[in-house]
Design a protein around this ligand. Structure first.
Ligand code: COD
Ligand code: ATP
Length: 271
């Protein structure tokens, strides 16, 4: 089964690409990290308790004060309030973001592995792993292909973000955009994996949605040509081959990650 990592920056169009890929003619299953990130912090979970313990004492509006949303396990998190604590580029925000990531990411990873096993056993030829922080969380390691969805103009990205999330102030939106790495760096990292082998694909989403659909169609034509459905069935029917291929993918991705880190270090040293 081919694992297609789908990433980008905030509001660059990952979910839009996800919904294209989940519809015909592709009809691929989607594992959405943003949804899992919500599931693992529902009232009563270990993630919820850790967040309330750490952020509760100095975030008075951390929990929703609305009887309609209360659960027997407690009041749900007030996500915009938590967002204001962790998005931004001051040292405090960065530290708090690291703490939140440390609580949520291991739980998301576990949910992702369970979902991957489920789709593998169902004989899917490919599955889409929609993870905004795919590279940052090191999840590119398990992907056969990584698609980065990017927008060249930050003003377009900001306008789409504010049109979609109208509850965010201009400052909240700025802080969210600044909390993510530069999209050009993510695109370069995908290209470094190898565009000719389809291990890394960049889809630019600067124009309208019809243009985006066309770009996705082009990308999927070459990805599916290099990983046909009968290959997924071979991997399922012959588990030793499946495990061998998975181990090989991990090894190649690990070497690529190390190569990328070395390149970044050398570039930094030259400055
Ligand atoms: C801070 C939270 C509560 C804000 O929730 P809210 O509903 O307002 O936003 P939502 O979850 O829809 O996120 C919107 C976008 O923000 C970006 N984003 C989310 N978390 C992070 C993060 N830790 N660092 C950088 N960008 C992030 C992503 O592009 C995401 O798609 C929430 O984003 C969260 O729990 N983040 C930590 C978990 C995480 O890293 N999620 C991303 C999946 S890997
Ligand atoms: N090509 C496009 N033209 C116009 N609007 C677009 C285009 N692509 C996406 N959008 C809109 O921009 C907004 C952000 O897109 P989307 O939700 O897909 O981004 P995302 O990368 O998944 O965001 P997030 O990181 O916040 O989850 C949505 O309202 C979407 O409908």
């Amino acid at each position: 089964m081919l694992i297609i990592g789908l990433t980008g920056s905030i509001a660059t169009g990952k979910s839009t690409v996800s919904s294209i890929l989940s519809s015909p003619p592709y009809s691929l299953p989607i594992i959405d990290a943003d949804l899992l990130a919500r599931k693992v912090v529902e009232p009563g979970t270990a993630g919820y308790k850790a967040i309330v313990n750490y952020f509760g004492p100095n975030t008075p509006d951390l929990l929703l004060d609305d009887p309609a949303t209360d659960t027997p396990q407690g009041q749900p998190l007030n996500r915009p309030a938590l967002g204001r604590r962790v998005f931004g580029d001051t040292d405090d925000r960065k530290r708090d973001r690291q703490v939140l990531n440390g609580i949520i990411h291991p739980a998301i990873r576990w949910e992702v592995y369970k979902a991957l096993i489920y789709h593998y056993l169902r004989g899917q030829w490919a599955v889409v792993l929609d993870v905004p922080l795919l590279f940052e969380a090191g999840m590119d390691l398990i992907c056969g292909t990584v698609i980065v969805v990017g927008v060249h103009d930050p003003a377009v990205q900001m306008a789409r973000l504010r049109a979609r999330d109208s509850h965010l102030t201009a400052e909240d939106a700025e802080n969210r955009v600044r909390s993510q790495g530069d999209i050009r760096a993510k695109a370069a990292q995908a290209e470094f994996r190898g565009t000719t082998t389809n291990r890394g694909v960049v889809v630019w989403n600067d124009s309208d949605k019809t243009e985006l659909e066309r770009a996705v169609k082009g990308a999927m034509a070459s990805i599916s040509a290099s990983s046909p459905w009968w290959w997924a069935w071979t991997l399922l029917i012959a588990p030793p081959i499946g495990f061998g291929v998975a181990a090989w993918t991990l090894l190649v991705n690990f070497a690529t990650q190390k190569g990328w880190e070395k390149k970044k270090r050398e570039e930094k040293a030259r400055l």
